[in-house]
Design a protein around this ligand. Structure first.
Ligand code: SF4
Length: 254
């Protein structure tokens, strides 16, 4: 990714924030320093680019994923490295039909080094099992691989610095469908139409580099708004239908 593209992405992100009613979009000096490092680092380090050359590893072998996870474990491209306990590259099948992408690790994930293992993760597990899969049959990851302090949303420059890892993971996984969990995940992956938030976008097919992408609510939001679960189930049924999978009957639970 060129410097121009990075800055263009950042500019679009800030515009989107302002479209959604944010009066200002603060980017700290530290973050700008991290962004600069991210851009400069691409000239001197292992390729951290969206167009990483294909290796001899066959797609789905898991070797690419392990290499990416190793790079992530040593990454200091943004300020989030300084407060993390463990990096959280994501985990699951190396050749999944579905990849779930959330925002970033929380406290439980930061301790475990695994994505979606807290309360929201338990709900995601129930969602995945309701679809007829196990967690091991899908891949679960995030936009940023290190925990933002105090569970704040990742800043634009942090997302931009970390995106090449996710892009490389997606290239290695080649999922048939990406389910983007929450507004931050959607914003990280696609350009959100002006004036449209996750409430309007959910349930509508989008595309990430040729892969079908379904936006839906984040499980953490569902923990606070149980009445929204029915909409997520509708979105997940749409995914199952798209994949030609049977729609399992779901037992009601809280
Ligand atoms: S969040 Fe991503 S870019 Fe930032 S330090 Fe962690 S792995 Fe590196």
């Amino acid at each position: 990714m060129s410097l121009g593209q990075v800055l263009d992405d950042l500019s679009k992100y800030v515009e989107l924030q302002m479209d959604e009613g944010t009066s200002s979009a603060k980017v700290s000096e530290d973050v700008m320093g991290g962004l600069k490092g991210a851009v400069e680092g691409q000239g001197s380090q292992e390729p951290v680019t969206e167009a990483a050359p294909k290796t001899s590893d066959s797609p789905g072998s898991g070797a690419d994923l392990e290499r990416i996870a190793l790079e992530i474990s040593e990454c200091k491209l943004c300020q989030l490295h300084s407060s993390r306990t463990k990096t959280v590259p994501g985990q699951g099948s190396p050749s999944p039909e579905i990849m779930f992408v959330g925002e970033g690790p929380g406290a439980d994930e930061d301790k475990a080094g695994l994505a979606f293992v807290g309360r929201a993760g338990q709900l995601l597990t129930r969602m995945i099992e309701a679809m007829g899969y196990t967690r091991e049959e899908v891949f679960i990851g995030n936009i940023v691989k290190c925990r933002p302090p105090e569970n704040r949303a990742p800043e634009p420059a942090e997302m931009i610095a970390c995106m090449p890892y996710l892009k490389r993971q997606i290239a290695a996984l080649q999922p048939r469908v990406i389910v983007a969990l929450g507004a931050t995940a959607v914003k990280g992956l696609v350009e959100m139409p002006k004036g449209m938030g996750i409430t309007k976008l959910r349930g509508t097919w989008m595309s990430f580099e040729g892969i079908d992408l379904m936006p839906t609510f984040h499980p953490a939001y569902l923990l606070r708004n149980a009445n929204m679960k029915k909409y997520v189930w509708e979105d997940l049924k749409t995914v199952l239908h798209h994949l030609g999978r049977p729609i399992p009957e779901v037992k009601k639970r809280g």
